[in-house]
Design a protein around this ligand. Structure first.
Ligand SMILES: Cc1cc2nc3c(=O)[nH]c(=O)nc-3n(C[C@H](O)[C@H](O)[C@H](O)COP(=O)(O)OP(=O)(O)OC[C@H]3O[C@@H](n4cnc5c(N)ncnc54)[C@H](O)[C@@H]3O)c2cc1C
Length: 391
């Protein structure tokens, strides 16, 4: 498929929509305040409920404003279930690190239910327009677009409706989420969609109306999900989901030139997944955030998400922003630095920038460093059994 080409827009034209800005103020102080407010016991008891005590930390974790070890240290030794959920994040990052772009294909095997007209950018029209008639589903779609955030359980419902009820390709759902979610993470997103879609699983996740009513506080009856779970997939695609649409995921980049760092000063190269203001905070160096057009062409982001990341980047003192691919902006500098003809450059490791040249600092981890095998774990339980803290 022909990739979309990011359109350049003036930086001033990028604003975070009010709902997203209210829900997720783009700074580290907000993340630390959320961590200070975590009640691990309430989290464990209520996290599956839409009104449960979840942390809403994901945009901050995805973009590196806080790390998993920092989150765990802030919550304390009794993090319990929350520690395990944070480990899911590190599990997905590890799989991405060790398997690269394979995570974007069918890692666990082919998707079992695919409609004949399914495609990597094709979803039910009613789902995308928040008009399925299922209140909890439609509300989740509105939250996705307006706030850039959806509760984990509702993400599973959307994926279940798309992939199982409608037979849509999980890659279309993943691209849709990636476009809107402020926490959009290649690994957590692509691998969660594959998990819900049932690739490689004999008993795929499937949500019925009773499950939605219970965890979303709705009381709907008579919907296309209001059938015994075992019978949900009997018969044709529900009428409401039959019409499909090709997703329109326009992507933009700020109208800024390529970075132009001073070769005589050390260079700290930032990416959108490493906006930690404490990283090498005392170094006397130039700091550049690099936005790569080739990435955004493959994984389009909404304006809201880009605006959020640019606002969050302001927390790094002296950070300048440039638009260019790493092979053009960083590779010549990395060669010059290696040959002693330029000051050193360094970036923070992240699987989404595995192609960046030059040395990297490790991203802090709470669990991942205990996985020493060269191959990725096949499942989360294989990972957890190896890395869970021993009490
Ligand atoms: C289809 C689908 C797509 C998803 N896409 C993403 C994505 O793009 N980015 C993303 O960060 N998460 C994704 N998740 C995982 C999860 O839904 C979100 O991390 C979580 O809902 C974020 O809300 P929270 O911060 O309030 O989570 P909490 O429940 O408060 O958890 C705290 C943190 O733990 C991590 N975490 C919790 N649950 C999971 C999980 N199941 N998988 C991975 N990490 C987890 C997250 O970093 C989260 O911020 C996806 C899940 C599904 C089912």
């Amino acid at each position: 498929m022909q990739p979309d080409h990011p359109t350049r827009v003036p930086v001033a034209g990028l604003a975070i929509p009010a709902a997203a800005s209210r829900a997720f103020p783009p700074d580290r102080a907000e993340a630390l305040a959320r961590l200070a407010a975590v009640d691990p016991a309430a989290y464990a008891r209520t996290r599956n409920h839409l009104r449960g005590a979840v942390t809403r930390l994901s945009p901050y974790l995805t973009h590196g404003l806080v790390s998993v070890p920092e989150a765990l240290a802030a919550v304390g030794p009794n993090a319990g279930k929350l520690a395990q959920e944070l480990a899911w994040r590190e599990f997905f990052q590890l799989v991405h690190e060790l398997e690269g772009a394979r995570i974007l294909r069918d890692r666990f095997g082919p998707q079992p239910r695919l409609a004949p007209n399914a495609g990597p950018r094709r979803l039910p029209a009613a789902l995308v327009a928040a008009r399925t008639g299922i209140d909890a589903v439609d509300a989740a779609v509105r939250a996705l677009v307006d706030e850039g955030y959806v509760h984990n359980h509702a993400r599973m419902w959307l994926a279940s409706v798309a992939c199982h009820l409608a037979g849509a390709d999980w890659r279309a759902g993943a691209a849709w989420f990636q476009h809107h979610l402020l926490d959009g993470d290649l690994a957590s997103n692509a691998l969660s969609w594959q998990w819900v879609a049932g690739s490689g699983s004999s008993k795929p996740y499937l949500a019925d109306q009773a499950n939605l009513n219970r965890f979303a506080d709705t009381r709907q009856r008579g919907t296309f999900l209001d059938r015994p779970r075992e019978a949900l997939l009997d018969g044709p695609v529900p009428d409401a989901l039959r019409e499909t649409v090709d997703l329109d995921l326009p992507t933009v980049l700020p109208d800024l030139p390529a970075p132009d760092p001073d070769p005589t000063r050390p260079l700290l190269a930032y990416h959108p997944w490493g906006l930690d203001p404490t990283w090498r905070a005392d170094d006397d160096a130039e700091r550049w955030l690099l936005l790569e057009p080739s990435f955004f062409a493959r994984h389009p982001w909404s304006r809201a998400r880009l605006a959020w990341v640019l606002a969050a980047a302001k927390a790094v003192p002296g950070l300048q922003v440039g638009v260019a691919d790493a092979r053009d902006a960083l590779a010549p500098r990395a060669s010059a630095a290696a040959a002693g003809r330029a000051a050193p450059l360094v970036h923070r490791a992240h699987p989404a920038v595995a192609h960046w040249p030059g040395p990297s600092d490790p991203t802090p981890t709470a669990f991942r460093h205990r996985w020493t095998a060269a191959a990725a774990p096949r499942s989360f339980s294989a990972f957890w059994s190896r890395v869970a803290p021993r009490s």
